[in-house]
Design a protein around this ligand. Sequence first.
Ligand SMILES: Nc1ncnc2c1ncn2[C@@H]1O[C@H](COP(=O)(O)OP(=O)(O)OP(=O)(O)O)[C@@H](O)[C@H]1O
Ligand SMILES: [Mg+2]
Length: 295
Amino acid sequence: MATAQTLLEEKTEPAGLGMRALICIQDVLVEYGQPGKPSKRILNGLSLDIRAGEFISIVGQTGCGKSTLLRLVLAEEMPTRGQVLVEGSPRQQPDRRCGYVPQKYSLFPDRTVLENITFGLEVTEIGILGGFSPARRVRRKEFQSEAIGYLHRMGLRESDASKYPHQLSGGMQQRVAIAQALIMRPKILLMDEAFSALDPGTRAGMQRLIKDLWRETGTTVLFVTHNPREAVILATRVIALGRTGADEDGANIVLDLSVPDTGDELAIAALVQRVERTTFPGGAESDEQTGAPEV
Ligand SMILES: Nc1ncnc2c1ncn2[C@@H]1O[C@H](COP(=O)(O)OP(=O)(O)OP(=O)(O)O)[C@@H](O)[C@H]1O
Ligand SMILES: [Mg+2]
């Protein structure tokens, strides 16, 4: 079994994994223009290779660019300099390979829970089948039963399927948003503080669920969290973003830590401490402390 000492070894993977990487972030710099002021640099020449099947937790102080990094992978945003490749091709626009659970609730307010969950499949598959063909009706029924399956896995009830987002609590809405992403079976799942609105019990359940789904499907996960313990428990690798120089220089990777699959509580505690010290040198900033689920 790995000891706390061996677990503390930093990742030594050489830079430039290149073609073997599923996601290849190359020397990415992001700046935002500000009227009447010099532009604001957020990410400063960040490079990161991610292999298929990794579960990457991303931590860092508020405003350091975690959500920006996810949006670059999604291709909702383009870097000022550098590039992001997925499967060897530069990102140009969001596509089905990336599922995204954004930091803020994102459900369609005028669609029911069921319609929200099946929306992506409707657009990508029913759109192709077209018209009122029997094939379309059959597929729609299949989507609906699949959506109900995801509802159950998210701990929601079948009776919630016909509700509208405003009739749900924040945590329930977030679980619908997760189901909406999962039903598309994305190769890459981007989750931005997806569990922060959940109470500790529900959060622990969702942590177990996401780890199980990751094991079952082999999806590559990029998971942003403010909670160092959650980061370590879930991930195969923790990436911490932070500033190495002046504030205006923007952030880069300050820690790249492999997390061996071990149930050794001492080793986990040592890793959590390492992440805390690097990410929040002045003291913890994490959201509410959560229990330690056996994931
Ligand atoms: N479209 C934009 N225009 C200008 N500034 C932006 C834009 N998007 C993000 N920013 C700024 O970029 C910085 C990084 O934002 P980002 O949302 O990526 O941080 P974060 O690490 O996700 O923070 P948090 O932990 O609070 O969610 C912030 O200072 C934010 O104000
Ligand atoms: Mg954010």
